[in-house]
Design a protein around this ligand. Structure first.
Ligand SMILES: Nc1ncnc2c1ncn2[C@@H]1O[C@H](COP(=O)(O)OP(=O)(O)OP(=O)(O)O)[C@@H](O)[C@H]1O
Ligand SMILES: [Mg+2]
Length: 239
């Protein structure tokens, strides 16, 4: 039996990997045997004939995970576009059964799984199979990572309401890059809290953190200060 949570963004590049890396650090340093899974990654980098999935490498390193990259990310594409298009361009057929089999193997080894999506909820994995279809099939709750600034009320509430309309359980929201002195960030938080009634964590702008460059800056310290990992563990669901 394994517990899991799916990290979903309101968009691409909102900080899902940074947040997942922070959570993985907290989990593993506090003794939770957790592992990461990112089923499909576009924009991998080629190093000596091997495609390195950047997000997976970043989380693996901070979490001191010994699991090979390809077990945590079965589909790796060099083309930085939506998975369905990257697969078509690179002439590879994504099989949902392969994704599920890979995840199943990890679940047998690790009692806690943190799974990162690609982009937002309505991202095609196959032409007619979206990220939300996978989340529904796996029957996992989600944690939404959103930007803190202008535009986030709309993006975040649309994501929450759409997930709920599909029967996906939304556990909470992380507003990333939050600055309390910004004219709109505190109001965005209050407004989203009031309308969705969901718990919201905030993560400030980090220093010297860069996923592609494998730079961790003050990531560990900031997550230790701002996130209650016990709460996130309670949000995980046995599946
Ligand atoms: N709180 C933050 N402070 C400073 N920089 C950040 C913060 N969060 C994310 N970034 C930077 O923004 C970039 C995008 O973040 P990240 O890779 O986590 O996004 P993502 O949602 O996982 O994107 P993708 O959809 O490609 O998986 C990264 O280079 C990261 O270092
Ligand atoms: Mg990412």
């Amino acid at each position: 039996m394994s517990k899991g949570i799916f990290i979903v963004g309101t968009d691409t590049d909102v900080g899902k990997t940074v947040v997942t890396a922070g959570l993985m650090h907290l989990l593993r340093s506090k003794g939770y045997p957790a592992c990461y899974f990112k089923p499909v990654l576009s924009g991998a980098t080629l190093k000596e004939d091997t495609l390195i999935p950047g997000d997976t490498h970043f989380v693996k390193t901070i979490g001191k995970l010994s699991e090979p990259l390809e077990n945590m990310t079965p589909y790796r594409f060099r083309t930085p576009v939506s998975p369905h298009l990257a697969a078509e361009i690179e002439n590879i057929q994504i099989k949902i059964t392969t994704i599920k089999e890979n995840l199943c193997k990890l679940r047998e080894k690790y009692p806690y799984m943190v799974i990162e999506g690609a982009g937002g909820l309505i991202v095609p994995i196959l032409k007619n199979y979206m990220l939300y279809d996978l989340i529904k099939e796996l029957n996992l709750p989600i944690l939404i990572v959103a930007r803190a600034g202008l535009g986030t009320i709309n993006h975040t509430i649309l994501t929450v309401n759409f997930a709920k309309s599909l029967g996906i359980e939304v556990k909470g929201i992380i507003l990333n890059g939050y600055d309390p002195s910004n004219i709109c960030h505190p109001d965005n938080k209050k407004t989203i809290e009031r309308i969705t009634n969901l718990p919201i964590f905030t993560i400030p702008k980090l220093k010297n953190v860069h996923v592609e460059k494998m730079e961790y800056g003050n990531l560990k310290e900031v997550f230790e200060e701002n996130i209650s990992i016990e709460k996130i563990v309670k949000w995980m669901k046995t599946y």
